[in-house]
Design a protein around this ligand. Structure first.
Ligand code: UFG
Length: 325
């Protein structure tokens, strides 16, 4: 069993992974600046409130404790914001990662699981998307994730830093025990907004575009439950602790769901109508993003178990009605 540093462990995915790491017998320290994370999402782990850009804080963390590895979530992750404020994405996502890796190398910690994104592919020429397809992000968020992947490649060669980058597709759902879930302010993601429309008859979701070249005209995404993301992180960490080198995996189900299909599932799960209006396309939205996740399935022995629409919407609805933070 290992002691792990989790950056961004008070955030949506980070908190679920931290909890599941502890359930698997590992111990964790979380570093999070709480800019979007929640103190109440961290339990059973030490929480250090700090920015990754804070050299002194990082030095303090790595001097005080000895880590077998790092799971690195901390980053900004809003595509639209990244187009308007790219400086946040390059300075914090890339700059913060560089500072973290400096501290790791100074202290001889050379195993890292990195939260990457399907945004590294941009508008894919083929779906489902394999890891070998061209990397051509169409927004600074995706660029920042790709930059960090490239840094990790160079650092492996130069410094022996071992890493597994997990390219998530659309993270969604809430912890099956109801203790952890998604609380973004402002909320921009589809599923929480669909549930808001189901709960509040006065709120109507804006559906961003119904003229895409997809079966029902709305965007298709590969929705992956946060519990399945957590098992992928545990499997990746296991590989690293066994001494594996640099690896990159898509983490998705391989099944695409359209915005309209999500609305229909939400109506089934909640028993309420989801009011919506059709608006223009949102800048930077590719029509279809679906993973070919066969590499993760075979190499990590990973299988998604919670990513069917009923479980995704059911756990998310449970959290929506009873959020803990
Ligand atoms: N959508 C709407 N109305 C809304 C919100 C979303 O129609 O109010 C649509 C979007 O156009 C998109 C789909 O619902 O087609 C999903 O949108 P989300 O905002 O929930 O998720 P994204 O697909 O935009 O973003 C996800 C991750 C990002 C990642 C990106 C890669 O959240 O971190 O995929 O493109 F970068």
């Amino acid at each position: 069993m290992a002691h792990i540093l989790v950056t961004g462990g008070a955030g949506y995915v980070g908190a679920v992974v931290t909890a599941r790491l502890q359930q698997a017998g590992h111990s964790a320290t979380v570093v999070d600046n709480l800019s979007t994370g929640h103190r109440a999402a961290v339990s059973g782990a030490r929480l250090v409130e700090a920015d990754l850009e804070d050299d002194a804080a990082l030095e303090g963390i790595f001097s005080a404790e000895s880590f077998a590895g790092v799971v690195h979530f901390a980053s900004h992750c809003r595509v639209e914001e990244s187009i308007v404020h790219p400086v946040k994405y390059f300075r914090d996502n890339v700059g913060g990662s560089l500072k973290l890796f400096d501290a790791m190398l100074r202290h001889g910690v050379k195993a890292l699981v990195f939260s990457s994104s399907c945004a590294v592919y941009g508008e894919p020429s083929q779906v489902p998307i394999t890891e070998d397809q061209p990397l051509d992000p169409i927004n600074p968020y995706g660029e920042s994730k790709l930059f960090v992947e490239r840094i990790l490649k160079a650092y492996q060669r130069a410094y022996g830093m071992r890493s597994v980058s997990l390219r998530y597709f659309n993270a969604c759902g809430a912890a099956v025990d109801g203790r952890l879930g998604e609380s973004h302010h402002p909320e921009t993601h589809l599923i929480p907004l669909v549930l808001r429309a189901a709960a509040d008859g006065d709120y109507a979701l804006t559906l961003f575009g119904n003229d895409y070249p997809t079966p029902d005209g709305t965007c298709v995404r590969d929705y992956i439950h946060v519990e399945d993301l957590a098992t992928a992180h545990l499997a990746a960490l296991k590989r690293l602790l066994e001494g594996m080198g640099r690896e990159v995996y898509n983490i998705g189900t391989g099944n695409g769901l359209s915005v309209r299909q999500i609305i229909e599932s939400a109506q089934r799960v909640t028993g309420s109508r989801v009011r919506h209006t059709v608006g223009p396309r949102r800048d930077g939205d590719p029509p279809v993003l679906v993973a070919d996740a066969s590499r993760a399935k075979s190499a990590l022995g990973w299988t998604p178990r919670y990513s069917d629409p009923a479980t995704i919407l059911g756990t998310a609805w449970n959290w929506f009605r009873n959020p803990r933070y």
